[in-house]
Design a protein around this ligand. Structure first.
Ligand SMILES: Nc1ncnc2c1ncn2[C@@H]1O[C@H](COP(=O)(O)OP(=O)(O)OP(=O)(O)O)[C@@H](O)[C@H]1O
Ligand SMILES: [Mg+2]
Length: 293
């Protein structure tokens, strides 16, 4: 067969749920590492195709294809070291900062290749913002934490405009009421949960389309966690959210789709309820029933 045609056929086989054959009680066997489930969604915000990530010789992400839908919350789950952070960091080129890291495959946002040489990475990271595990406010005032991005991106040209963006972003992040009288106080003086909402306000301030969250609640108590989860539910009406979490309860509460990773492979993706109640792959079932991870 012509190599080109063969490649195309391989590609379409991969995208059409890869002909996985159920074997164990209707489940796809643990040995089969092809992705099970619907990697494609209609009119996606971001599209990842055949993504491979290496740290030197270490193959951390293996041929992962996945769409990120508009205004959806998609949860990335899986055992420690399976590649969740590596994958989420590909989506705004955060891995560029790691010298040994090499990425292959295609990732687009609204059809534009984010790894294109002409892509402005600073703009990309505004478009695809990130909230980290540990809240990391700048050593600046609450006001300046939020105003920083709009200022460097030239989104505001005077104090009145900056005031407006700061207030709107803090309102959307559910923090305005708690900080409006203390805007000149250092951001680092807030509680952990407040700091995390400040980081969300900082991401929102530059009009992102996608917000990446890598275990945003793992340093927070249950009350602060509930506040962030409520916030995620509100934010999804305007933004697309990709969240890494170790908590299956959290994934169930906040996400509409869930992707299960295992040793660098995307094993299964589907509606969150289906993943947690009727997994189709043995490895997903083992994970959600607590047999490993
Ligand atoms: N900077 C790095 N240099 C080399 N190897 C790395 C680096 N970061 C991650 N890795 C390796 O890549 C693999 C995936 O790691 P990653 O941090 O993406 O996993 P994870 O699913 O986020 O894990 P966790 O749940 O513990 O956060 C692991 O084997 C890890 O050791
Ligand atoms: Mg991680």
């Amino acid at each position: 067969m012509d190599v080109e045609i063969e490649n195309q056929e391989n590609q379409s086989a991969k995208l059409s749920n890869k002909h996985s054959v159920p074997s164990e009680g209707g489940l796809v066997s643990a040995e089969n590492r092809e992705t099970v489930g619907e990697i494609e969604v209609p009119n996606p915000r971001m599209k990842c195709r055949n993504v491979e990530v290496y740290y030197g010789d270490k193959h951390a992400i293996k041929n992962v294809s996945l769409d990120i839908g508009r205004n959806e919350v998609i949860a990335l789950i899986g055992p420690s070291g399976c590649g969740k952070s590596t994958f989420i960091r590909c989506l705004n080129r955060m891995n560029d900062t790691i010298e040994t890291c090499r990425i292959e495959g295609d990732i687009t946002i609204d059809g534009q290749n984010i790894y294109d040489k002409k892509m402005d990475v600073v703009l990309l990271r505004a478009q695809v913002g990130m909230v980290f595990q540990k809240p990391n406010p700048f050593p600046k005032s609450i006001y300046d934490n939020v105003a920083y991005g709009p200022r460097i991106h030239g989104l505001v040209s005077n104090k009145a405009e900056t005031d407006e963006v700061v207030e709107k972003s803090l309102v959307k992040a559910g923090l305005w009421g708690e900080v409006k009288d203390w805007l000149n106080q250092p951001g680092t003086g807030l509680s952990g949960g407040q700091q995390q909402r400040l980081c969300i306000a900082r991401a929102i301030a530059v009009n992102p389309e996608v917000i990446l969250m890598d275990e945003p609640c793992s340093a927070l108590d249950p009350i602060a966690t509930a506040v962030i989860e409520d916030l995620i539910n509100e934010l999804k009406t305007q933004y697309t959210i990709v969240i890494v979490t170790h908590s299956m309860q959290q994934a169930s509460r906040v996400s509409q789709r869930t992707a299960y990773f295992h040793l660098g492979d995307l094993i299964e993706v589907g509606k969150t309820e289906q993943i947690f109640t009727q997994p189709r792959h043995k490895l997903t079932e083992d994970y959600i029933t607590g047999r490993f991870g």
